[in-house]
Structure formats: C-alpha cells, structure tokens
Write a protein that binds this ligand. Structure first.
Ligand code: GLP
Length: 252
C-alpha cells in the first residue's frame, strides 16, 4: 500500500486526477481501451473538477460506478447517476461506454446486466472512496467479504444515512432510501489498481481505524483494501490528523 498525505483536499484531488490521467495514458500505450469504476459522494467532487481538465482520450474509456440508491428518482439531488452525468460524463463525453447503476429497475435484472458487462470488461482502475463508517461503495459494516457476486442489494445503516444528511444530500434521515445496489467487496478487490481519495476531517476516525487495525475485518470494511497489491491511499492533513507518527511513517 502506498499512502500520501497532501496539504489540502484540493491539492490531493489535483494529484489524484493527474495520477489517473497518467495511468490511463500508460494503459492505452499497451491496450486499446481502459475500464474504470468511479466513486461518488462529496469526497470526490474536487477530484472530478480536476479530472475533467486532464488531457485524456475519453473515447477509449469505459466507465462503471460503484453504487446507487434503490428507488430514488434520477432527478433527485442525491442520485449518483445525476451526479456522474452532470459532473463528469457531460463534461468530458463521449466515453467509450457508460454503465450506470439504475436503482429504479428491478434489482435482480439490473445486477445481471452489470455483472455480465463486468465479466467481459475487467476493471483496470478502481476509484474507491471510504465512508465515515469505513464503508467502501455501500458495503456498510459488517460488510460481506465472501459473496462472489459482482453487485448485490445492501441495507444502509444509520451512520451511513446520517453522513448523507450531514453532507446535505437529504433533509432528514427518514428521506434516505433503506437500500442500494452496490458493487461487492470481492469485485472491488479485482480492480488492477485502486486509488482511494479520502479528504476531510469527517474521515479521520475511519482512516485511523482502517490503518491501525492489523487484519481485514468486515466491521471496518476499508481494511480489506490494505491487502490489495496495488493500493494507493490519498489523504489530506485533516483526514490524516488522528494518525500517530508511527502509522504515518509505516505507510508514507
Ligand atoms: C458513498 C458512495 C460511494 C463512495 C463511498 C464513500 O456513499 N455511494 O460511491 O465511494 O460511499 O463516499 P464518501 O467519500 O463521500 O463518504
């Protein structure tokens, strides 16, 4: 694992965008297309602002995304399809192919559609955010580490719902859908490279728990990322603020 701590979320996001653009260029020198899975949420906003400025041959990039609420209209401010369409796809398009998770379809049918596509197109780059409860995608603790499905239906826990309210995506906790379609942990771990963009003070405790816990545990889902052979963790001084020197030295 390679950890970097940047002075601010903006500096972090610019460096992350640059790393991804370089990685895409490198991959396209050896293959004719690149497949990426994107995270959403507040933590990724500045990253998209910088990514759309990078010089990338987007017509050769196929995109997936990690998760979507079940039964939330696409016009809702919190819809991840709306987020990705407005903040990324409309800014850089056209991409080679776009696979958005449609939470308004029958979940089993939608999961089958996405799983089939993922089998055909292994993911080169995974942009995997870490939630305030240390979830990855919408795999809240205790996360299912063993399912071999590519996507599954998950129940959202209150801490996860509260984060969405605190970030202003919903007015109150009762407005947050109870379920989502999420990429599974095993599928996430199959990405050839994983970059986690994790800024802000609200993530400091999740970052500490993830780094100080020696073995992967479903209670802290992000711990599994440390076993990935090509895992990059990008923090800012706020999200790294609870880390003791010993942990910073070990991973930096
Ligand atoms: C969110 C999103 C995911 C994201 C993760 C962390 O709820 N649905 O796509 O990777 O959970 O997001 P954030 O960093 O905003 O907490």
């Amino acid at each position: 694992m390679q950890m970097k701590v940047f002075s601010t979320a903006d500096v972090l996001s610019q460096a992350a965008a640059h790393l991804i653009s370089e990685e895409i260029e490198e991959l396209l020198s050896k293959q004719d297309q690149v497949t990426i899975v994107f995270s959403t949420g507040s933590s990724q906003l500045k990253f998209f602002d910088h990514l759309i400025l990078e010089k990338v041959d987007w017509a050769k990039v196929r995109m997936f995304h990690l998760d979507e609420y079940i039964n939330l209209p696409e016009t809702h401010e919190a819809s991840f399809r709306k987020y990705l369409t407005e903040k990324f796809i409309d800014q850089v398009g056209p991409l080679k192919e776009v696979y958005l998770v449609d939470g308004n379809q029958d979940p089993a049918t939608e999961i089958a559609r996405l799983s089939k596509a993922l089998k055909a197109y292994p993911i080169d780059i995974g942009l995997i955010g870490i939630g305030g409860n240390a979830h990855i995608a919408f795999n809240d603790p205790p996360a299912n580490f063993s399912t071999t499905e590519a996507f599954h239906v998950v129940n959202l826990e209150d801490r996860c719902k509260l984060q969405q309210v605190e970030e202003g995506w919903f007015a109150e906790i009762g407005d947050v859908p109870d379920q989502a379609i999420s990429m599974t942990i095993r599928q996430i771990m199959q990405c050839k490279l994983i970059l986690s963009i994790v800024p802000y003070l609200s993530k400091a405790e999740a970052v500490l728990k993830t780094l100080e816990t020696p073995d992967p545990t479903p209670e802290i889902p992000a711990t599994i990322l440390k076993t990935h052979p090509n895992f990059h963790l990008y923090l800012d001084e706020d999200s790294a603020s609870l880390l003791p020197d010993e942990l910073r030295e070990r991973y930096e």
